[in-house]
Design a protein around this ligand. Structure first.
Ligand SMILES: NC(=O)c1ccc[n+]([C@@H]2O[C@H](COP(=O)([O-])OP(=O)(O)OC[C@H]3O[C@@H](n4cnc5c(N)ncnc54)[C@H](OP(=O)(O)O)[C@@H]3O)[C@@H](O)[C@H]2O)c1
Length: 319
């Protein structure tokens, strides 16, 4: 049965905004805690969605938020951590491991049992990147049977859709650069549409057979990164030569870009690119038929102008 009230941690981001809207449209009362309510105003306008300024790491706040819900969704995730400690740095630990631990503790103390948790495809304790290792540690925390919770874990490949940070990043780069020196050019991805990811979460909330399962989410086809970038160039009217970088140059590029405040690529991201982000075909979500990249991307990746770039930046900053 669909829960009446759901709290979504990380619900103010790209995936969360889509999921909050879809749950609210199904009559679910959705609460979304955020650190930055002023930049997430559009979410507060959705009927059925309550946006709250809250510190999700505070145990008392967690108890209050979770105690008021019938189910919990955790989408909190970050891509960068300059702390290079092994197996992962402090920021990854806080967002991907400690927060899930606190959510689990609050669920146990309030008696709320249903949890949907967002991980990432290829998360593994011995993955090449700290991002993927910390995601694996987060999975282990929420899936521990001693918690007595009803947990479903999702591991998506890269997620695309209006406002995404992946295809839009390349659209922006292609609009300004005469050619694109690309790290991980031959790494394969299986892009999955954000609306399909949201639908899988909605369906899991309503299906007890998904409890205790880990699902991989990927679109119907996989592509090399260089082909995805070329496709973005074609859609946006900025087809540019794409030059795959040898690893030592990719490392140099990631080292320099990683120093930027909001880096398009970091050394850890580069290490994530050492593994193909494609599903194994064994952890398929039941009855789920994701849309193709070609059916969706042309609806929002249009010939790129300074104006549309500005609109995209506004959308990202929530203004
Ligand atoms: N997008 C993809 O291609 C992709 C692929 C695989 C897996 N995933 C996973 O899917 C999840 C959602 O991704 P997304 O693209 O929607 O991310 P996003 O747009 O960057 O949103 C991140 C969300 O996490 C919250 N958050 C970030 N750091 C936090 C912290 N330290 N404490 C509390 N909240 C924090 C943000 O809340 P505020 O409002 O407080 O900033 C925001 O709601 C993540 O776990 C990500 O790792 C995404």
């Amino acid at each position: 049965m669909m829960p009446a009230k759901v709290v979504i941690f990380g619900g103010s981001g790209f995936v969360g905004s889509c999921l909050a809207g879809r749950l609210a449209a199904r009559g679910v009362q959705v609460t979304v805690p955020t650190r930055r309510p002023e930049s997430r105003k559009s979410l507060a306008l959705l009927p059925g969605v309550r946006l709250l300024a809250a510190d999700s790491h505070d145990p008392l706040t967690l108890n209050e938020l979770i105690g008021d819900a019938d189910a919990v969704i955790n989408l909190v995730g970050i891509l960068h951590d300059r702390d290079g400690s092994a197996p992962y740095g402090k920021r990854f630990a806080a967002a991907h491991v400690e927060l899930p631990r606190r959510i689990v503790a609050a669920m146990r103390s309030t008696g709320v049992r249903r949890l949907l948790h967002m991980s990432a495809l290829k998360a593994s304790v011995d993955a090449p990147s700290a991002y993927l290792r910390s995601k694996a540690a987060g999975e282990a925390v929420v899936l521990d049977p001693a918690n007595g919770l009803e947990v479903t874990v999702f591991r998506p490949s890269v997620i695309f859709g209006p406002g995404d940070a992946f295809l839009n990043l390349f659209a922006g780069l292609l609009a300004t650069a005469p050619f694109l020196p690309l790290a991980g050019a031959d790494t394969r991805f299986q892009p999955v549409y954000v609306g399909d990811v949201a639908d899988a979460f909605c369906a899991a909330l309503n299906n007890s057979e998904t409890i205790g399962r880990v699902y991989e989410l990927g679109g119907p086809a996989s592509y090399r990164l260089r082909d995805l970038v070329a496709y973005v160039g074609q859609l946006t009217g900025h087809a540019r030569p794409v030059c795959g970088l040898p690893y030592f140059l990719a490392r140099l590029q990631a080292g320099i870009l990683g120093l930027l405040p909001n880096p398009p690529m970091s050394p850890d991201n580069l290490r994530s690119l050492q593994v193909d982000s494609v599903t194994d075909g064994l952890h398929v979500f039941p009855g789920w038929q994701p849309q193709s990249l070609e059916a969706v991307a042309p609806t929002y990746l249009k010939p790129f102008t300074a104006r549309s770039r500005l609109d995209e930046l506004r959308r990202h900053s929530g203004r």
